[in-house]
Write a protein that binds this ligand. Sequence first.
Ligand SMILES: [Fe+2]
Length: 250
Amino acid sequence: MPTEPPPPPVGRIDIHSHLLPGIDDGCASLDESIECIRMLRVAGYVGTVCTPHIWPRHLPDNTPTLIKQRVDDLRREVAAKGIEYAIWPGGELQLFEGAIDWMQAHGVPTLAGSRCVLTDYWGDDWPDWAPGIYRWLIDRRYQPILAHPERMPIAGDASFDKVLRELESMGVWLQGNFQCMTGEEGYTPDMLVRAWLTDNRYRFMALDMHGPDTLGGRLDGLLLVETEFGRDKLESFVTNAPRRDLFGIN
Ligand SMILES: [Fe+2]
């Protein structure tokens, strides 16, 4: 049985990444994963939670069991190269109507063995069944996180802020993407990420990296958060919150 590594050394932890090779639209090969890890270490990261897309219609093999196996494989490859870098399993569960049945069959894809569950949604409207998935998780003492609400297709709708407020009042945490700071995602995410950073709506900010080609731009977004909102606020997202909320370390 593989064992979880000890808690990470002090440093930045990315809670949302597509670092595992060849499992979704993230890193395509082991070489790409290693290149990303080298870039992340230079940027002060000590570890990454691997959150491949969990989307049964298009990626039916991505289950918590497979993701844990693939994390163990990558850990071995990284250690064999003499690179110190922590890697944990997770997942990015796309909300879909059968998600509760799927989790009952395959398990809940928690982040690094914590109670946190990363979710996303790409529909053009907010379905009636979506809050029930969060309620189901919360009733079972899981902590749902909604990934990058600022870049959801419905983010610009006038009614979306009411939806988001309702989710937050249920206890859903929000995770913003650094890349939205750069304008590469368009005007609405650029505007919303700054507004919600100003209003302290985010629990985490993450890279949501998909490979070496775009990681540099995502790290530029991290630097913009530091420039515009300060070093302490940046570290609260990438150092303090992951350590506290995923590993129970204050
Ligand atoms: Fe993602």
